[in-house]
Design a protein around this ligand. Structure first.
Ligand code: ADP
Ligand code: ZN
Ligand code: ZN
Length: 656
């Protein structure tokens, strides 16, 4: 007997002989074998009766008593391997928790006293919620195999819908997965779920230790926990029979992995429900253009919650034109006045700026030189608290120079503004207010995020300034003012999804305002007041945004009208990168079908990161499958021949 073993490497399965003492070995068990001269852990993939090859090496050790993966997950790994172009082994290692090492990990992940199940009072669904729940529950009852797009404005009560559907799913004896973009930002959702489902729920927190993760994995595998909540990788939870997968905030880019295999949890969810049954629910206030397009065409079933619960109105939104009102120091007069008003009324304010640090760049007024990171071709950001210029891509930092490194001039100007600078300006204007900044600089510490959120909930903070972190899921009834300090940062990204991101960000952060009884107000500061992404976000008009955006996508042949394959070549020698990319382009052009566009090679918008240059080739096609063999071939050639690293990205979410 022989075993095909797979590894966390870009290599095919290798065959080993099964010695008599391991004759019970079966697929899904981890084993130790000799791979190229060193002892390596692999997973048994298939058992073979015979092998044509003589003198195969034996299995050295079997590490598990029961499989770490079930059959469904093996099939899923095969699909990931095919679709995202990686080895089956790499796909399997992406799925299992990193801590799986020993056979019997026995750490108990006890729930806090606080988190023990409590009877949650029975919320009466609004008529809108009820009709959505009825439709979904009906689909569960009838074992429909269908994708639903739940388009519900912020505060429309989507979470309650999810709870009801999952309740029905587990009553049927099936499992359910709820994906959220980032679990630490959704404490409220997690609390609702723990209080409703208690011990049946596995919360796959990034803060669990490795052992706790492994423990939860086995409990799910054994069927003890039929409900799983977690971020991206929770899509691989080893549930046996799935009734529903829910992807909340489905437009979020964090569902796409940025490491090989570059999977999108949404696509994996789609495949999982397709192959193994169950419904898929994609929920968002700002659905991705791709999903909404499919819903419009009837491929997905569109469900809508157009109103907030309890007749709570969406916030009134104003745009202030930063070009006109010569406002001092990055804050428009209108915004300062509105903040002042809220402080007087003892209400709370959220200010959003998607750039941290003090000044976004330093440039020389004489020669125009901008100080950039030596490892990355990116301007460095001044952080005043540590008095350093920092690269936000690689973390490299230097003391700010006194003279221009290019021409020696003394006229160095600190331009642009980040969260740190806004914090300092606000402290000057409102010395009595409690102002806290929430960005990756201030929440590095493990508990910092929850401390800030708790203080905000207890109204110990008046003004919360933050980056993307503040746009997501927060539910604080006393927040009546939201300011978007610079809507143009997202808009000016060299990416075809820039308008979509801008619309999402504004809508999501605006959705934090007026969630209680008091009406909310949103002020958007911009240099592009007439841009459709900003205008439609102001009017809370997703449909209009979609119509405008889809016209642009069609005219320029971008998704959803085409699919994209992006090849990124990384390496130390830029000329060589262009040579290699050019050679690959020739191969791809030969494989081209129909009118597919194959573009490049060109420097990526982020042309150098961490000392590596980056060059890309972009394929626009509606038949990705036609390129698969050629891509595998290119991948293999590059691995053998060149000192160049290739990333293959199917359906990329970032073009930078
Ligand atoms: P969304 O996820 O759509 O932005 P949430 O699910 O966070 O909205 O709901 C917003 C708030 O409304 C929550 O505090 C929730 O408990 C409450 N809520 C939801 N449904 C109802 C209902 N039928 N009646 C009263 N309150 C509700
Ligand atoms: Zn200069
Ligand atoms: Zn850098």
């Amino acid at each position: 007997m022989f075993a095909e073993v797979i590894f966390n490497r870009p290599i095919p399965p290798y065959t080993y002989e099964i010695p008599e003492r391991f004759r019970d070995v079966k697929p899904g068990l981890r084993v130790e074998v000799d791979l190229g001269g060193s002892h390596t852990v692999g997973i048994v993939y298939r058992i073979l009766e015979k092998s044509g090859v003589k003198g195969l090496k034996p299995l050295l050790n079997v590490l598990d008593s029961s499989p770490v993966l079930n059959d469904d997950l093996f099939k899923l790994a095969e699909w990931i391997s095919y679709y995202y172009i990686c080895s089956v082994g790499e796909a399997c290692w992406t799925m299992i928790p990193k801590g799986i090492k020993k056979r019997d990990v026995n750490v108990d992940y006890g729930l806090d006293e606080k988190q023990r199940p409590v009877r949650s009072e029975n919320i009466k669904l609004t008529p809108e919620q009820k009709s959505v729940v009825d439709r979904l529950v009906d689909a569960v009852e009838k074992n429909e195999n269908r994708v639903f797009l739940l388009h519900g404005v912020t505060g429309s009560g989507k979470t309650e819908v999810y709870l009801r559907v999952i309740d029905r799913v587990i009553k049927k004896g099936l499992g359910a997965i709820l994906l959220v973009p980032e679990i630490s930002l959704t404490p409220q959702t997690v609390r609702y779920f723990t209080s409703r489902f208690g011990e049946k729920l596995a919360v796959l927190h990034s803060r669990l230790t490795k052992a706790e993760k492994v423990n939860e994995w086995y409990r799910i595998l054994r069927g003890e926990k039929p409900i799983v909540i977690g971020a991206r990788s929770a899509i691989f939870a080893p549930l046996e029979r799935i009734g529903a997968i829910i992807v909340d905030e489905e437009h979020e880019t964090s569902y796409k992995s940025d490491e090989t295999p570059r999977y999108n949890a949404k696509s994996v969810a789609y495949y999982r429900t397709r192959m193994h049954g169950g419904i898929l629910i994609l929920g968002s206030a700002t659905p991705s253009v791709e999903s909404y397009h499919l819903a419009k065409r009837g491929v997905f079933t569109l469900l809508e919650l157009p109103n907030r619960v309890m007749n709570n109105r969406l916030p009134a939104t104003k745009i202030t034109d930063l070009r006109r009102s010569r406002n001092s120091r990055f804050l428009s007069k209108a915004l300062v006045k509105a903040i002042d008003d809220r402080l007087r009324k003892n209400e709370q304010v959220i200010l959003f700026l998607n750039r941290r640090g003090f000044s976004s760049y330093i440039f020389c007024e004489d020669c125009g030189h901008v100080i950039k990171c030596k490892n990355c071709d990116i301007s460095m950001t001044y952080h005043r608290d540590i008095k350093k210029l920092v690269c936000h891509y690689c973390g490299y930092s230097i003391d700010p120079p006194d003279l221009c490194p290019n021409c020696g001039s003394e006229k160095l100007s600190f331009s642009g503004f980040g969260t740190e600078r806004i914090e300092s300006i606000l402290n000057d204007i409102f010395p009595a207010a409690a102002i806290v900044r929430m960005d990756t600089d201030t929440v590095k510490r493990r508990r910092a995020l929850s401390e800030i959120l708790n203080a905000f909930a207890k109204k110990k903070i008046d003004i919360l300034i933050g980056t993307q972190i503040v746009t997501k899921g927060l539910h604080f009834p006393d927040v009546t003012l939201v300011g978007v300090l610079n809507a143009d940062i997202a808009l000016n990204f060299p990416d075809f999804r820039a308008a979509e991101r801008t619309f999402d960000l504004i809508t999501q952060v605006a959705g934090r305002a007026g969630r209680g009884e008091k009406v909310g107000e949103v002020i958007i500061q911009t240099y592009n007041p007439s841009h459709y992404a900003i205008q439609t976000a102001k009017n809370h008009d997703y449909t209009e945004f979609f119509l405008r955006e889809v016209k642009f996508r069609q005219a320029m042949n971008y998704p959803p009208f085409t699919r994209i394959i992006r090849l990124v070549f990384r390496g130390k020698n830029q000329d060589k990168l262009f040579d290699v990319a050019g050679a690959c382009l020739d191969i791809l052009v030969k494989a081209r079908t129909g009118g597919d566009d194959i573009l490049g090679p060109a420097s990526c918008p982020l042309s150098k990161i961490k000392k590596n240059y980056r060059v890309h080739v972009i394929i626009k096609t509606n038949s990705i499958g036609n390129y698969r063999n050629v891509l595998v071939d290119i991948g293999n050639r590059i691995k053998k021949t060149y000192d160049v690293y290739l990333e293959i990205d199917i359906d990329p979410i970032s073009m930078l």
